[in-house]
Ligand binder design. Sequence first.
Ligand code: AMP
Ligand code: MG
Length: 431
Amino acid sequence: MTYKPTPPSLDEIAAALQGYDPKALRADTVNAFLAKLVSPVQASEDVGVFDALDRVLAEDVISPISVPPHDNSAMDGFAFRGSELKAGQSTSLRVVGTAYAGKAYAEPVGAGECVKIMTGAVMPEGLDTVIPVEFTQIEGEVLSFAADVVRQGDNRRCLGEDLMAGQPALRKGDRIGPAALGLIASLGLPGVKVWRKVKVAYFSTGDEILSLGEAPREGAVYDSNRYTVFGLLKRMNVDVLDMGVIADEPKALEAAFRSAAANADAIITSGGVSMGEADYTKAMMKKLGDVAFWRIAMRPGRPMAVGRLEENGRSAALFGLPGNPVAVMVTFLAFVRPALLKLMGSEAPAPVYLKARSAEALRKKPGRTEYQRGVVTREPDGGLTVRITGNQGSGVLRSMVEANGLIVLHHDQGNIVAGGEVDVMMFDGAI
Ligand code: AMP
Ligand code: MG
């Protein structure tokens, strides 16, 4: 029998955190809580190199070969013994042959001799230095170059310089990007072992939410959260289970939550978690799982529900996001994304924040974290400046479209003066 650890209950997680207050939770406490709520998937699979893009390694990749596999030339030029260089004197050598990339140069090279060599060609036996062609003159068979333009060992790439055989080339928990994909192939490996893909179910709630194709009606708005959440999840390369809009009605909600919990590793909902909501979403979450309802000291995105739902012996992490379109994206980026990365088995460090000068004064109350939509630009002096994208209302999706990052004004920070430095969480590939 395999040992399956019992995950901690929400109360146990809360008890282990300093200053946990569900009615005024700090943003950093949310991250700490979610890191305890989710645990990495356990199953792995072998995939070919092309299919490994954006997957997470389930084991270290040990290099079976040294890269490069032999000493070779870094330049087009002439290979010779560096011991023949004399300080302050020009060098003359007789050219006895040509070494091409991909072919071994087998002839012996004597004293006072050199070999014309192409970039990437194996260094002929005994030769250790390359003089680039642009520094040389040729007269008949005799090559010459000026004093002190190269030192012994220059322009040679050594065996194993990138990687020695038996060394880890990539680490378990690394997310595989284009560079890692190329590295895997450079080792001659046809594929790698990755964690299985995570599956995330999502749906929007609310009676005022229209699906595309429905006729507009008084007081109703088209569902945008379904599409932003879809896009955010696709960028993470998770499998998605799109459940559309679920009516604010106990039967429909119960069926949706049960089906999501039975089929997915995580569930993301939007709407229906604010205080004073007259709908059934919160009641159904409470009925079906171990769920906490939070008021987070942040803007936008104050209300949020998190927990676990069990169905058919499976457990899914629940992220009940607020309804406002910007709040959905901000809470996803700040909280859900790091939690999903952990679920995916990623051990990548959190992305670093950029420092930029605020183009304008920003009003900020200490005691909550604010995420303002910003556009970072480079100034002529090389410094980075960030300006906010107009209306910062939590329903104004346009502000997210125009932004290239979120200005993060931390919990204890107060007003920012014009020109003051702020942290920016760049969207990079996340959006
Ligand atoms: P709620 O969190 O349910 O109180 O919703 C807050 C605001 O977000 C309301 O104005 C909703 O109409 C709006 N909203 C909720 N869900 C969506 C959605 N899926 N797409 C667009 N707007 C939404
Ligand atoms: Mg609502």
